[in-house]
Design a protein around this ligand. Structure first.
Ligand SMILES: *[C@@H]1O[C@H](CO)[C@@H](O)[C@H](O)[C@H]1NC(C)=O
Ligand SMILES: *[C@@H]1O[C@H](CO)[C@@H](O)[C@H](O)[C@H]1NC(C)=O
Ligand SMILES: *[C@@H]1O[C@H](CO)[C@@H](O)[C@H](O)[C@H]1NC(C)=O
Ligand SMILES: *[C@@H]1O[C@H](CO)[C@@H](O)[C@H](O)[C@H]1NC(C)=O
Ligand SMILES: *[C@@H]1O[C@H](CO)[C@@H](O)[C@H](O)[C@H]1NC(C)=O
Ligand SMILES: *[C@@H]1O[C@H](CO)[C@@H](O)[C@H](O)[C@H]1NC(C)=O
Ligand SMILES: *[C@@H]1O[C@H](CO)[C@@H](O)[C@H](O)[C@H]1NC(C)=O
Ligand SMILES: CC(=O)N[C@H]1CO[C@H](CO)[C@@H](O)[C@@H]1O
Length: 708
């Protein structure tokens, strides 16, 4: 009797253990991080399309964080790359894959590498090949693209070199108070029954955060990826210092927390990515929109004050934008860290991937037997109205059809939409018929990449756009349903965890639901391929999911074009740098005072060279150093990648090539008493010879009355 029971129990254990056998729950895990910070001067920032928002220095550096995960037998691998930039782009992906091919043959390809942007609106622009996204940056900016390509590839190389056996765990939880919906008037158009399903998980935004924890076989911490939907628009359109915004800072906070005290930013062994998800209609500015002039709430439908958008701005929870970015970062970090610590759902099962290119200008979408079509891309009027995170200008409003004759005339000069296009995009009032604008090269993409990465029960859905909250929910649900229903043989069960990796591989603006599209707020006006864009995504992702579930390879689809050779780049190079008579570049212009206390801000100004002469990739434009009296040496405590420092650059005399670098350091409460100094490093370009050479400068030594 006992022996029969024992056998039965034994069988049951074996049965339960099928998916958790030794071969199936160990992975080869590699992590890497590299600097991608672009030109810190004179380049438009990507995101707000605000002509005056031009880089003038660095608050903290931008990084690429790469994760390679292979099955234990190393037969199949996927690469997830999270980059502190506004979005992944087609030309970026093309160049990264080309470089990887030359380094590793066909180990890393277009199909198993996913590049997702965090959506910071405070990084240099120009890393695109479609003109719509290059208008404000005066075309293509090679310096921006090269910095990102180089950093992404280097982070993948580091991950490749660091691969080690380890285990993966999943966890998820709800984070309230870190995001709000910025188009609630569109959200409420979704069916009531559907909205009721999500009342307890955030209502009109997703509160759910998903964490993938990576540990070595000895239980040593390796890294994590955290997905949470919130725009990186805590820093607003008046900011000119490069910044990873709330997600970039959350990554730094997690990496610091997992490292010995004093580890400089970018030097932690632990790699933590805070990645973007379905944040299309999701703002971090939790105080909501108000009129700047009266302080009253804006009009809900149009986001206007007295009929215009300029004064309607949403504010974050902090006293200023830096403080708001910090608070939203800390909320994500605290939640992410506790999910990491408590993660117990072990990841088991194969590593797989599927990828298809799809021509979105005409997808036949089968909606319960009725065949409907997506359209060539076009942007609606509300695209020009902007959002409450960064309003537009002129007389554009969200949710409106003003058909102002002046704009109609401008539009028709660029391209007059055909009757078919107007009907296809209806009710979107077309402002830019981008799908037909090809001068000097296309304004918007037609061919889009769709990608699934599978790591055991985790399925990462790589979307080349910004999905609204409800669009993301529908996409996740569709993919999961197919995998669970048809994928038993491939090991998919009810525990399948689908996550949206937003802004991946290519940028194609927004995706609103069909119902939200009717409201024509900003996200709908920017849903480029018409009212059935989301349905097309769901259909095509369902196809990839079906391929995954049934062990079929996926249709590769049409290759995207490469327009690198055609790019217009009107952005001017650095002319030359000089210091005023009697001064050298690197000399102090305004020095520090002799002593400071905790919370004071130290400020020093140097005669400087243009930061574009050398991006100081992997290095720094500044150091804050403490004197060690035992060794008589200086220890670097902060760099330009630190939250506590700011490096601001300003041209003071254009004709004479003179400029100043202002470095500030806000002394944090943990600082020890002692003698300190600040150094500045850079490169200057000489007149006539155009040679570029390095220089440095140092402040006077000052004392800090610290807490230790
Ligand atoms: C849910 O969101 C809608 C707006 O999208 C709002 O009107 C409603 O008050 C919210 N309900 C709750 C319970 O928060
Ligand atoms: C941006 O934030 C600053 C505070 O840091 C605030 O003074 C300014 O009004 C904000 N501007 C916009 C357009 O949001
Ligand atoms: C459309 O989908 C229905 C099922 O909803 C199917 O019966 C029909 O064959 C499909 N039509 C086409 C043209 O694929
Ligand atoms: C916008 O208004 C014009 C004139 O009233 C009308 O003809 C057109 O159909 C409207 N367009 C949309 C997309 O509603
Ligand atoms: C999976 O979920 C479905 C629907 O909730 C349920 O009917 C089914 O019993 C579940 N299967 C398992 C193995 O838990
Ligand atoms: C420094 O500022 C922090 C945050 O505002 C405050 O809590 C702390 O008391 C201040 N410390 C000193 C020594 O002023
Ligand atoms: C000074 O350097 C020595 C030798 O590296 C080290 O042991 C000591 O901790 C340092 N002191 C401070 C205050 O950092
Ligand atoms: C297309 C595809 O994924 N084929 C896989 C089907 O399953 C076998 C056995 O696991 C794999 O070797 C194939 O690669």
């Amino acid at each position: 009797m006992t022996s029969v029971l024992a056998v039965l129990v034994g069988l049951a254990v074996v049965g339960l253990g099928v998916r958790a056998n030794a071969a199936d729950d160990t992975y080869l895990i590699g992590t890497g991080r590299y600097d991608v910070t672009g030109p810190a001067a004179e380049v438009e920032m990507m995101g707000y399309a605000m002509p005056t928002q031009i880089t003038h220095g660095i608050h903290f550096r931008q990084w690429s964080r790469a994760f390679i995960i292979a099955d234990s037998s190393d037969t199949s691998r996927v690469v997830f790359v999270n980059v502190d930039i506004c979005m992944g782009t087609q030309i970026l992906k093309i160049q990264v894959v080309e470089k990887l091919r030359s380094l590793y043959g066909d180990l890393y390809t277009n199909d198993n590498v996913l590049i997702s942007g965090i959506h910071t609106h405070s990084g240099p622009a120009g890393y695109f090949q479609y003109l719509l996204f290059e208008l404000m940056s005066l075309g293509f900016v090679k310096e921006s693209l090269d910095a990102i390509v180089g950093g992404v590839v280097a982070s993948i190389q580091e991950a490749h070199e660091s691969r080690q056996p380890g285990k993966l765990y999943l966890n998820s939880g709800l984070l309230a108070g870190a995001n709000i919906n910025r188009s609630p008037a569109a959200y409420v158009r979704n069916p009531k029954e559907e909205r009721m399903k999500y009342m307890s998980v955030g209502n009109d935004t997703d509160h759910e955060m998903v964490v993938l924890k990576m540990v070595g076989t000895e239980g040593n911490d390796i890294g994590m990826i955290d997905w949470f939907a919130v725009h990186c628009t805590s820093m607003n359109n008046t900011n000119s210092l490069i910044s990873g915004d709330n997600k970039g800072h959350a990554s730094f906070l997690m990496e610091s927390a997992m490292s010995p005290p004093g580890t400089l930013p970018g030097h932690a062994k632990f790699v933590a990515a805070f990645a973007q998800s379905n944040e299309g209609d999701v703002s971090p500015n939790t105080k909501g929109p108000h009129c700047l002039d009266t302080g009253k709430p804006c009009d809900l439908v149009h986001s206007t004050c007295n009929g215009r958008v300029e004064q309607c701005v949403a504010f974050g929870p902090g006293v200023d934008m830096f403080d708001s970015a910090r608070i939203i970062a800390e909320k994500q970090f605290n939640m992410g860290k506790s999910l990491y610590e408590d993660a117990s759902q072990q990841v088991t099962g194969p590593v797989q991937f599927r990828h298809s290119f799809v021509d979105f200008s005409d997808v036949a979408v089968n909606i319960s037997g009725k065949i409907l079509h997506t359209c060539p891309p076009a942007m609606g009027e509300a695209f020009a109205a902007g959002t409450t995170d960064g309003p537009g200008a002129f007389d554009f409003k969200q949710a409106s059809n003003t058909t102002n004759p002046i704009w109609i005339a401008v539009r028709d000069i660029l391209h007059k939409p055909t009757k078919e296009q107007i009907e296809c995009q209806f009710p979107k009032p077309i402002l830019l018929d981008t799908g037909f604008m090809n001068f000097p090269y296309p304004w918007q993409a037609r061919v889009l990449p769709l990608q699934l990465l599978r790591i055991g029960q985790l399925v990462i859905i790589g979307v080349p756009a910004e999905l609204t909250t409800m669009s993301g929910r529908r996409t996740r649900e569709a993919v999961k349903n197919i995998l669970v229903k048809y994928g038993k043989d491939e090991g998919f069960g009810n525990d399948t965890v689908p996550v949206i990796a937003g802004l991946s591989n290519t940028y194609s603006d927004y995706v609103a639901t069909f119902e939200e599209y009717q409201e024509q707020r900003y996200e709908a006006a920017s849903t480029a391929y018409g009212p059935y864009t989301l349905d097309a995504y769901i259909q095509e992702f369902s196809r990839l999911a079906m391929d995954l579930a049934t062990n079929k390879s996926s249709e590769p689809g049409p290759d995207p074009p490469n327009y690198l050779e055609k790019q217009w780049a009107l952005h001017l190079p650095v002319v030359f740098d000089a210091a005023p008579l009697g001064k050298k570049i690197g000399d102090v212009h305004k020095d520090t005072v002799s002593s400071y206390n905790i919370n004071d801000t130290v400020e020093v100004q140097f005669w400087a060279g243009n930061p574009r002469n050398n991006l100081m990739t992997g290095k720094t434009f500044l150091t804050v150093e403490r004197h060690n009296s035992t060794t008589d040496q200086w220890t670097v405590l902060f760099t330009d990648a630190s939250w506590e420092t700011r490096f601001a650059w300003k041209q003071t005399n254009v004709l004479l090539g003179e400029s100043l670098a202002t470095i500030t350091w806000t002394i944090p409460p943990s600082t020890s008493s002692g003698d300190y100094r600040i150094q500045h490093f850079g490169y200057r370009k000489r007149i006539f010879t155009e040679t570029i050479s390095s220089y440095s400068g140092v402040s006077s030594t000052f004392s800090v009355k610290g807490s230790k």
